[in-house]
Design a protein around this ligand. Structure first.
Ligand code: EPZ
Length: 437
């Protein structure tokens, strides 16, 4: 198991580049499957989520080339069925395979999707996805290690209302409806920037999609779609992670590729905590301007609210704020597991099952520890910590870099699932660490 030994207490200073968003590029790759011509996707990071989806697409006959500069070509003109055992072997811990359903049903009339993996931050159900597929006319058979789908009467447009603006379920509707027969109307849709970028890609392919007010998306199905040429939206989650790292280590990090528009909610909170930033044409400079960090009350939410993926790295900075901060996590029911390691390092964090700091949410009366109170400032000292998931793992690294003394961080490979060239970036920022496979 890969391990990093960190000598903390040094400010992170320097420049890192973020490329295409992990949570967009993998969906854009699946979208290429719907086309009858090759596509080109630019700024695709070399991360394991991309490798998993590449392998699954290649299993289905898609030719893929991914160059060092991040340009990926995808040729779906010879799509074919794949053996269940191979799909199962390659799906790994990704949740993206569930998004193959619509495109494979359109191309082949059948699909096999293995049971899904993904980070352990709640039970990550797929009930909305299955409901959506049934609405389009898919027949779903549960198999021992996954689900087999067919569409005996083809896929027809449907009127769908999501009980929660789920990003994945919205993508499921988009990827299935664009070539379904007739009209689809989706209410309660997610409208994250990554969703809007996927809609832009589908429109380039020939889809007819409109995003109306109050989260209503309408799609007019078309018979065929072409290829696309697209530069992926930057990874605002990675950008926010480095910003939080700058704050927690009293550092100064220029994040090349970051743009203000998609990060405005984060920038407001970053400023309220006491961070400073400068918007440039080629990125954003995030730095600790000196003085005390201030406590804040944060409630995570769907876009344009404060992203759930932003809270873990920021909590590390809040352990250094002067006073009590509150984080009310309303998107996932169990996303504070990472705070155990921070407490081990000296942080004062208490998690509660009540909805604290804001409006009652769907987890309030269901016994989930989904609110946290962080009391600071507390000096952090090194500890032996094991990375639990992608975003929590990044927070553990930030805490180790901010702490006085030595920390051994294991299970680090989980971090490189979503942060391209992670170790090289730490090195570029002056972090003092050694890495062992
Ligand atoms: C996407 O996950 C992202 N992952 C997540 O990022 C992100 O945190 C999340 O959207 C919210 O923005 C990818 O894009 C690969 P959801 P997704 O469907 O689509 C419940 C990261 O670290 N739900 O919006 O799985 C679900 O349990 C990851 O990059 C159902 O109940 O998120 C959760 O409570 C972490 N049934 C809520 O909806 C379903 O069928 C939001 O999930 C689907 C979801």
């Amino acid at each position: 198991m890969s391990q990093i030994t960190v000598r903390g207490g040094k400010p992170l200073v320097g420049r890192v580049e973020v490329r295409g968003a992990k949570n967009l590029v993998t969906k854009a790759m699946v979208a290429a499957l719907l086309g009858d011509a090759p596509s080109e996707l630019r700024d695709v990071p070399h991360i394991s989520d991309v490798e998993v989806v590449s392998k699954l697409l290649q299993l289905h006959g898609v030719k893929i080339e991914h160059s060092d500069d991040g340009t990926m070509s995808l040729d779906p003109t010879n799509v074919k069925s794949a053996r269940m055992v191979d799909i199962d072997a390659h799906a790994g811990s990704s949740r993206i395979p569930i998004l193959f359903c619509g495109p494979l049903l359109h191309q082949l009339g059948e699909a096999f999707i293995p049971d899904l993996g993904g980070c352990h931050i709640g039970d990550r159900p797929i009930d909305y996805h299955l409901e959506v597929l049934r609405n389009f006319g898919a027949v779903i058979d549960k198999q021992p290690n996954g689900i087999r789908l067919s569409a005996p009467d083809g896929l027809k447009g449907a009127k769908i209302s999501l009980p929660y603006p789920s990003v994945g379920a919205t993508e499921q509707v988009l990827l299935t409806s664009v070539r379904a027969e007739g009209l689809t109307e989706l209410t309660g849709a997610a409208v994250e920037p990554e969703i809007m970028d996927l809609i832009a890609i589908l429109q380039k392919m020939g889809a007819i999609i409109s995003v109306d007010t109050d989260r209503v998306i309408r799609i007019e199905g078309v018979k065929t779609l072409g290829g696309y040429s697209h530069s992926a939206l930057f990874d605002r989650n990675e950008a926010a992670s480095w910003a939080a790292a700058a704050l927690a280590t009293h550092g100064d990090i220029f994040v090349g590729g970051a743009r203000q528009q998609e990060m405005m909610t984060f920038l407001n909170v970053f400023r309220k905590v006491g961070g400073a930033f400068e918007i440039h044409d080629d990125g954003i400079r995030f730095y600790h301007p000196g003085g005390d960090l201030q406590p804040v009350v944060i409630e995570t939410d769907v876009h344009p609210g404060f992203m759930t993926d932003w809270q873990q790295p920021l909590v590390v900075a809040l352990t250094q704020a002067k006073g009590l901060s509150i984080v009310h996590e309303t998107v996932y029911e169990n996303r504070f597991g990472f705070t155990d390691a921070l407490v081990q390092m000296g942080a004062q964090i208490q998690i509660y099952r009540e909805c604290l700091g804001g409006n009652p949410c769907r987890f309030g009366q269901r016994n989930f520890n989904h609110s946290a109170v962080i009391s600071g400032p507390t000096p952090l000292h090194g500890a032996d910590i094991r990375v639990p998931d992608l975003r929590g793992g990044f927070s553990h690294m930030v805490a180790a870099l901010a702490a006085e003394g030595i920390s051994n961080v294991t299970n680090v490979q989980l971090i490189s699932r979503g942060y391209e060239h992670f170790l090289a970036k730490l090195e570029a920022l002056g972090a003092d660490f050694t890495y062992t496979e």
